[in-house]
Design a protein around this ligand. Sequence first.
Ligand code: MN
Length: 252
Amino acid sequence: MIDFHCHLDLFPSPASAAAEIEHAGTYLLSVTNTPKAFPKTAQFAKGRKRIRTALGLHPQLVHERHGEVGMFVRLLGETGYVGEIGIDGGEESALHLDIQKDVFKRLLRACADAGGRVMSIHSRHASGEVIEALRGQPDSGLPVLHWFSGPIAHAQKAAEMGAWFSVGLPMLRSRRASTMIGVMPRDRVLTETDAPFASTPGENYPIKALSASVTALAGLWRLDERATQNQLNDNLRRMVTAADRFRAAARP
Ligand code: MN
């Protein structure tokens, strides 16, 4: 299975969560919330073939951590993956919308300068702003809109721009699920957990939530689970190829 957005470093024991993930044969994108967290988090992926670590600066932390943009730029050469980045327009974060937009733009530009990156993107209550920023920086790489919860029309617009989507159980079981999945191109969808958030509290990696996502997606796609997993695996393969290509294109 595939978990394309997981906060491995925020588990009570990241090392044992990484072991569980490896044991289950799950492919995982381990996202980070600040550049400072990247080096240590990348250690948990060491020797694990299916875990990749993304370099991030979470929009809800941007107003406190924008000083780490320089570190983000310096660390970009270490990975083909970026995340979690984006814009959050929720109540508290909306107070810092201007700095969030500015930092997101700078991060996208850094990705473009580095040859492009696969990017896991947060767009809660700010999907319009995120789409506008991505449109302004088309060379930034491949955007993967994580846990998309904006208007259907925005999902459609993002899809037309070539964006991918990583989807988890809360979305797949929501009332809008079938309309939302309907506008997401089937060859640009991956599954995610966003664990340890949005999962049942506890120490363990939510493997059951991940398999339930595949089941829910199979229902929405009207495919059997095997065909659904095959489609997801095929999508991941293309995504990994893109990340490798971006990294290889990076300037020395
Ligand atoms: Mn997240």
